[in-house]
Design a protein around this ligand. Structure first.
Ligand SMILES: [Zn+2]
Length: 223
């Protein structure tokens, strides 16, 4: 699926003007999924009718009568959230330089379970996508932490509220980032890191990957 990308530096008023209602969000998602127009996933047919079922845009194939929801098989499936809420969350996350924790997202969206759900679905999707790649060549690697939404507990690296991750980026010959990867690990132990390297790095790439300073910043839980 093509990515839905917001212009860099898109202001909040401009974002709301473009994506403040459900229909333009549906249109953006539809053209990201089917840039050449809808194709039935069952039979490949193009002619279709558009239905709205329980508020969700659904395509019914005129050939096989199969129905396909706009959000089926996407990040947005199963969360029972309006696309406007998703788009706003994605916009806020993409604009925050150091990322946004569920807690910070909640402050913007107003509903904590929603912010938590969005963060975890994004994490799951990112992990699934990252698992398809192996990093090769030269790169940088570091520990990072996601979460920190629960009150109390230790701060910083050892906090029981945070999920430890290995964050890695492969670089091209000009040292520009090619691909980033964030993989949750059971802990930052030698054994866990060895398992990570075996799964995430192409053979022979272990040495060119250099461990760098902390990526985790502040107590926002952001990355
Ligand atoms: Zn069909």
């Amino acid at each position: 699926m093509n990515r839905i990308q917001f212009q860099t530096g898109l202001s909040l008023p401009a974002f709301l003007e473009q994506f403040g209602a459900e229909t333009p969000c549906e249109t953006a998602l539809e053209s990201a999924r089917w840039p050449e127009g809808f194709r039935c996933p069952h039979c490949g047919g193009a002619s279709h009718d558009v239905l709205h079922q329980r508020g969700r845009k659904t395509f019914q194939c005129q050939n096989c009568r199969g129905q396909t929801s706009l959000i089926a098989g996407t990040l947005f499936q199963g969360a029972h959230l309006a696309l406007t809420v998703w788009f706003l969350a994605l916009y806020l996350i993409s604009q925050a330089k150091t990322g946004l924790s569920a807690l910070a997202l909640k402050r913007h969206l107003g509903v904590y379970p929603t912010a938590w759900l969005i963060e975890h679905k994004l994490m799951q999707t990112t992990t699934e996508r990252d698992a398809q790649y192996t990093l090769c060549g030269e790169g940088l690697v570091d520990d990072a932490y996601l979460g920190g939404e629960r009150v109390g507990g230790k701060a910083g690296r050892g906090s029981e509220n945070k999920v430890p991750l290995v964050a890695a980026v492969s670089l091209n010959s000009e040292k520009h980032p090619l691909h980033t990867q964030m993989i949750p690990v059971p802990g930052l132990t030698c054994a866990a890191l060895a398992d990570w390297a075996k799964a995430a790095l192409a053979p022979g790439s272990h040495r060119p990957f250099r461990w760098v300073g902390l990526l985790y910043r502040g107590d926002s839980g952001g990355l």
